[in-house]
Write a protein that binds this ligand. Sequence first.
Ligand code: MSP
Length: 650
Amino acid sequence: MTTYITTPIYYVNAQPHLGHAYTTIVADTYSRFKRLTGDTVRFQTGTDEHGDKIAEAAAREEESPKEYVDRISGMFKSTWPLLDIKPDFFIRTTDKNHVATVQKILQQVYDKGDIYFDKYSGQYCTGCERFLTEKELVDGKCPDHQTIPEEITEQNYFFRMSRYQQDLIDHIHANPEFITPERYRNEVLSFLSEPLEDLCISRPTSRLTWGIPLPFDDTFVTYVWFDALINYLTGIGYPDGDDFETYWNVAEHVIAKDILKPHAIYWPTMILSMGLPLYKKLHVHGYWNVDETKMSKSIGNVVRPAELVEEYGVDCLRYFTLREMSFGLDASFSADAIIARKNSDLANDLGNLYSRSTAMLFKYTDGIVPATVSTEDDTVLRDLAAAVLVTYQETMSNFQFHRALQAAWELISQANKYIVSNEPWALVKDPERIDRLHTVLYNLAETLRLLTLLLQPVMPGTCRKMAAGLGLAEDSPLVTDLKNNGGWGMIEAGTGLQKIDALFPRVETKKKKQQPAKQKSEKVSKKQKEKKKQKAEVAEGVISFDQFQKVELRVAEIVAAEAVRKSDRLLKLTVKAPEERVIVAGIAEYYKPEDIVGMQVLIVANLQPAKLMGIESQGMVLAAKVEEDGKSRLVLSTVSVPVPAGSGVA
Ligand code: MSP
């Protein structure tokens, strides 16, 4: 099988930040996963170097555009190895090949009659590098850049996008996985339900010279999207290269939601006009915020990946981003969140399992993997490993990286329990139970091998270390070949372990400053007053209809659910109601996260947000409180038939 995976090509008007890093980590992880399954893979990223924004940025830096793009493109190129990201090809839109092919395609589409010259007047946003429709503006501003677009009238060339609208709609209906996750597919279909306007694809050279000249009119250059999107073809040698033949029909693009329209509408209609088959899939993820706030230069909260690598290590960053973001939804970065993941998931769970298991192997069998006698006692661990493998492959293939990691962590947690319940330290003292000890140690070594294999796409460096510790070569099929070695019992008895350093040193957290006493007591008394007031209200026992009407109840659809760190009681739910929000609910004792995704529940939508275990909860989920045998449990309230998410409750 063959895989071709791409990231957007990043504008060189800014240096790489966490958002760029995430998309590229995703594509790198997916390409590594596909290699594990035996696919021939091509992974492409690069830089987008033409257009107004770039010309302006170069002028600001007092550099020529060429000097400027070389410098910033170089920064992107040199950032990726720091994150252990290994693209097969790095494309630049100033590459000669790319320029020549863009011109060839423009001529072809022009000759076909799909490009025409016309007068145009519209609201142009420099940030988006495109004209915005009236409908897209919010309070007269571009919603993404919060700027008032410029009214521009000029003659330009247009691409007949509208001609391909119906073909595109038909394709999306016939191929439900063309755009994923589903929310973005729906967004595109809803946009396509209105007539499409044709796409302006040029700029007069009187206004912009930093672009590719139109082959049929050199007083114009191409508008940025007609240039940039074509990189996905030029990078694989379109039209004559072998790689084009090999890879085009399996092309998968990863982007964030900001460039959904260009990728889901402009690009497919361009491809249809060229007479090529459409790309296979578009994977769309959400946005990284920082401490719940939009990342922006003006706020000064831009997170640089190189600094995170320095502070936490490359694999911690890769793991954190993939584990913390549910692909498709927004996520928030904070130092607390990454430290918590490092200390709890990496140092405590994975790191401890590795060091405990290998320490026992060194102590009890001189660092040699012992032979095993298979017994019924171990089926729980083995069955779980088999189930994890299935979930892992399915979720990794579907870009649900957080779920794949959750599954791997179930195996880690089961293996930690296995140690506790089998007590190897007791077995070693009993000469009659040495066989059992060997079996337990073998199973632990095998679990570590399997984890090395599964975690390799996410944390390649750590897995290289783990493989070395298990006495396996970095490229041993036992840790690089999922197709043949995903099963149980592959590590050979007699394999000699090597001592390695701890995988993840813990990060010491600074203690929070004590609040000054006075402030504290002020707070307490305010709280007490509030409580008193509430008590007085509750004592009356009844509420008026007016009071009841103030409570806004809605139907919400659970789109993601996960356990809250350090809490046995809480689950963090991401719901659609219809806007997306996070609700922290005390239902962990009664529901597994994976069982409630997709469920429609009732929520109180207008409750003042409250922080629970550091997570802001924007509402409350309703549940029946059932008393049985002196115990109580919660049963989520739901609707009897599916209804649109966000429906009110009367
Ligand atoms: N040059 C165009 C893309 C052309 S592709 C044919 C462009 N460049 S960009 O530099 O603005 O990159 C946008 C992409 O960067 C997003 O789609 C996403 O991959 C990544 N991100 C930028 N900021 C982001 C976040 N805050 N969060 C997540 N990803 C984001 O658009």
